[in-house]
Design a protein around this ligand. Sequence first.
Ligand code: SF4
Ligand code: SF4
Length: 296
Amino acid sequence: MISSDVLLKIIVGPVSGHISGFVSIWLFTFIFYGVFTYVREVVCTVICPYGRLQGVLLDNQSLVVAYDFARGEPRGHLQKNADELTAGDCIDCGLCVQVCPTGIDIREGTQLECVKCTACIDSCKEVKIKINRPKNLIGFFNQDFINERKPYKIGLKSYGYAAVLFVVMMVFSSLIYKREDIQTTVLRASGTLYQSRGADKTSNLYNAELINKTNKAVKFTFRSKEKGDKISFIQKADLLPKEGSVHLTFFLIRKNNAIKKYKTDAVFEIIANGKVLSTATTSFFAQPEGIEIENE
Ligand code: SF4
Ligand code: SF4
């Protein structure tokens, strides 16, 4: 993800500096061109999962775009003489079918191809106004209303969906609230286990990546949470550019008398302005004093 000012820089900068972005934009342009020119409603009916889910989500109380067949049928063309109007309100003008982006006839019932764009509602309403008949032959109705003229009432399913939506929104909000400004990943260097440092210390080698998710550069200190630990950097940085990342490579050196197990936690902290902005936990391997473990 990139911010708007970075996007602007990419747009006005030379193409040679943003080859991958340039190729991606062309690729997506062609994909969307293909979608709008050749694929079109197939996206709604085949690719989008929403239509497929309708069957399980809906019941007789669900509000959907529907044709009020109890009022509309039997359909028939409008006659010049008002007395010869057919019994139903649908004059079979076909406008609702013509305007439908997925090409369905809503008068045949709820169909998975319907994307609820409401274009048929609007076009039918205009027809009704022109012929001076009651509006809303197509509208948001539930099946019980059309069949039995029962008023809409919120059912158990609706409460269930509302509860699920509430839970999802709470989870989403808490994720946003708990989002760290700095994301830290620390991994042990591949192909290494531990190194003895003289008689009383052991070290492990690590690689770390720090990502700044804010639009301000951050001056930071990288340290181990364990007071007696020392860090010896091979690749060091102390400034995290805005919306950027840095890589660190370092040895974590721990005193042998502090090592009680073969595998212990190593917790790292990113400090800026005296505050811990981020932490990362990984493993530290060493041979504890007095316990013989074969070095793998
Ligand atoms: S637009 Fe209305 S009146 Fe015309 S065919 Fe459709 S439902 Fe019938
Ligand atoms: S709501 Fe849109 S997609 Fe659904 S039947 Fe009416 S025009 Fe077609």
